[in-house]
Design a protein around this ligand. Sequence first.
Ligand code: ADP
Length: 302
Amino acid sequence: MSGRVTVFGSVNLDLIAHVRHLPNPGETVTGGSFLSAPGGKGANQALAAARAGANTALLGAVGSDTFAEQALPLLKEAGVDLAGLLRLETPTGTALILVEQSGENLIAVASGANYALSLGALDGFKPSSGTVLLSQLEMDLAVTAVVLARAKAAGAMVMLNLAPFRSEAADFLSEADVLLLNQGEAQALAPCLGLTAQSENHLCASISEATGSDVVITLGAMGLVAQIDGCPFALPSVEVTAIDTVGAGDAFCGFLAAHVARHGRVDEAGLRLAAAAGALTCTRQGAQTAIPTRLEVMALLG
Ligand code: ADP
């Protein structure tokens, strides 16, 4: 493998207000505090792959606005290749996030440039064999399906994180060599494949059989189960004191993609590395700021 990861995915600016309680429809809650942070699953996972040491490119779109400038600094700092990140006249994707004291939240995403990116704009996308193409479900799904198909036809290794879950994705799962899901996404996918409710262990094997892909289901603090080359595998999580689990899945996907880019396949070492990256992310606040470096993950694994 070339060691190169291309992420096709979203870039958002997260606008976060911490409030005493979440407002009901029509209600205004004052006295909150505000912060903004770079986000979007595509950007988070590209950053994780770069911090894991992979030569990483991000393919996607932002607006020609100041939000784009605020969304990109950590990607630039990590050396992510942004030549394939188009500047459109549509606003940069924005996630409006309200968090109340209990930790409960409300999120609305204005997808903006992420959804405005058309196939025509991707004519220059020439995937090459021996690279890893990693994507999620935060872009237009018709465009995502074509990007995945082009990458697969070119001989790239295609990894698809089914987050946030959208049932229409069931139509193009066969383009993926590796499916990455959390517990909720796996349970939501099951009926789309005609599968009945079952434990994650069995679900992993059933999804793999139905799609022909390797499957990894992450289980938060419970670790993960996987079905690789037809063989079941389970791994407990690394024990940490979790203070904020935002971004754990993104760190996991980015680190696993970087490992696959180097070694050509999902294997136990890659799953251990990705799980440790997810665990470390839970020990820090935020999404992109919490994603660890390869050195930090190696230190945790001893
Ligand atoms: P998502 O963020 O997509 O919901 P998960 O919560 O399943 O994904 O987390 C992804 C991975 O991160 C898990 O498989 C696990 O290895 C690690 N992880 C998540 N939460 C914890 C936790 N509380 N303690 C240790 N590791 C965790």
